[in-house]
Ligand binder design. Structure first.
Ligand code: EPZ
Length: 429
């Protein structure tokens, strides 16, 4: 086990590069299973979740070649088993994304049912209902989703709640179905649009990605392609939120400001000065303590749930009282108790945290629980006075490329150390 030790009190200053988006890379890797030819993926982030995906693909017999310029070539022509076993799925829930492509291309798939995780029960019932609507026969035996289908049939399917990976799974499956598919109440996230662009490059026919209604005309086969993953809007927002929490000045380059308008709006509401260009965005929060802001998460284009924990840190040191309401997941406040250990004044009211800003936080040993909660504790440690040890740092490595190097590049006093303390079970988010 490892931990991050942080000596706080340093306003962050400088420039970092955004990596490719984790939540776009994972579905694009799964899309390679629709092909018998190589898919070349560029701007791939160096993350634990990508490594786990590559291990899963290799387990299936899929060829994965890594190049030194953050590019991967994935060739599913050598696939020998259509399964995703529990020991891999439990470390990365997004493994469920192989279900749709395997069923569409190979007619069968055995995928471990992803259990719940730290932030919620995370069901996949909508994924399964959509595939059944396309003609799949699905049973769940011993925690394994067993799916069988001849050629899937295009259908109209309304998702009862907005699900990002559900939309992605069904969109991928529909690209090889017989006939047209209409997905209603589809997720509008930029990562869904990025996947659609990759599928179109592979020869798929897709209209409406990025809107609530996506139309897919099924094809008999798709072909190899090259796709560059879009920048990570959550990583970008995370570094900008860190600038506000530490009253610093941070520029994120090689990103796309248009992907994080809701976040930028809330960053500006704290009183920070925001500037941006075509592929960069800068936050200057050096003039004053952040103002309190109210946050309510919702599916894109609303305020991202993946930015909620980071804004709790801003609220913890803001001038005034903020409310932070989480509407997407049922248990995404575990960072609150850890922030309270650092002196944050937080009162839970159902799915809302009422946070009364304090002039400063105080460093303490804290425990990471899920990906975004973990990075919020790093930000809090940098903003606080004194020393903070963030334990179970493996959570962060799943979704942030070289987080301590990038934070150190911005002036943070941060180092990765072995953590000799006994820790409990590990459950992915
Ligand atoms: C994706 O998760 C992201 N992961 C999450 O990012 C992100 O927080 C989430 O979307 C919301 O934006 C990836 O893209 C790999 P959902 P996903 O299905 O698709 C309910 C991170 O930190 N639901 O949109 O699993 C579900 O319970 C991660 O990078 C069903 O009820 O989330 C939740 O309440 C964390 N039935 C809501 O929908 C289903 O079949 C949204 O979940 C599917 C989902």
């Amino acid at each position: 086990m490892e931990m991050l030790r942080i000596e706080g009190g340093t306003p962050l200053a400088g420039e970092v590069r955004a990596s490719g988006a984790k939540n776009a890379t994972l579905p694009v890797l799964a899309a390679s299973l629709l092909l018998d030819e190589p898919l070349i993926i560029e701007n791939v982030p160096h993350l634990e979740d990508v490594t786990t995906s590559n291990v899963l693909l290799a387990h299936m017999g899929v060829g994965v070649t890594m190049y030194d310029n953050m590019a991967l070539a994935v060739d599913a022509s050598t696939i020998v088993r259509c399964e995703a076993p529990y020991d891999l799925v439990k470390t990365m829930r997004a493994s469920i994304l192989v279900l749709g492509p395997l069923l569409a291309r190979r007619g069968h798939a055995d995928v471990s049912l992803p259990g719940g995780c730290a932030i919620g029960s995370r069901p996949v019932d909508i994924h399964l209902a959509g595939l059944e609507a396309m003609g799949a026969e699905i049973t769940v035996e011993g925690g394994i989703i067993k799916a069988r289908a001849g050629r899937l049939t295009g259908t109209r399917f309304a998702m009862e709640s907005v699900t990002v990976t559900g939309t992605e799974n069904l969109m991928m499956a529909a690209t090889l179905a017989d006939g047209d598919t209409v997905l209603e109440n589809a997720a509008r996230e930029p990562e869904v649009v990025d996947l659609a662009q990759c599928l179109v490059a592979m020869g798929a026919e897709i209209q409406g990605a990025g809107t609530s209604t996506i139309r897919i005309r099924g094809k008999s086969r798709l072909h190899g392609a090259r796709h560059r993953v879009l920048p990570d809007r959550i990583e970008t927002g995370t570094f900008l939120a860190a600038a506000v929490a530490t009253k610093g000045i941070v520029t994120v380059s090689q990103t796309d400001p248009a992907l994080l308008e809701a976040t930028a709006e809330k960053l500006a509401a704290t009183g920070a000065r925001i500037e941006s260009g075509s592929d960069w965005i800068r936050v200057d929060a050096s003039a004053q303590r952040p103002r309190a802001v109210n946050i309510r998460t919702s599916p894109y284009p609303g305020f991202a749930t993946d930015m909620q924990a980071q804004f709790c840190v801003i609220a913890a040191v803001a001038n005034g009282t903020s409310s932070v309401t989480e509407t997407v997941f049922e248990n995404r406040f575990m960072h609150a108790a850890e922030l309270e250990r650092m002196g944050a004044m937080i009162r839970p009211e159902g799915n809302t945290l009422v946070i009364t800003g304090q002039p400063t936080l105080t460093g303490a040993p804290v425990m990471a629980t899920d990906l975004r909660a973990s990075v919020s504790l790093v930000i809090a440690g940098i903003a606080a006075s004194g020393t903070t040890d963030v334990r179970r740092v493996y959570h962060i490595d799943r979704g942030y490329e070289c987080v301590e190097e990038k934070m150190a590049q911005l002036g943070a006093q941060i180092q990765r150390l072995p953590d000799k303390q006994p820790v409990g079970s590990t459950v992915a988010s």
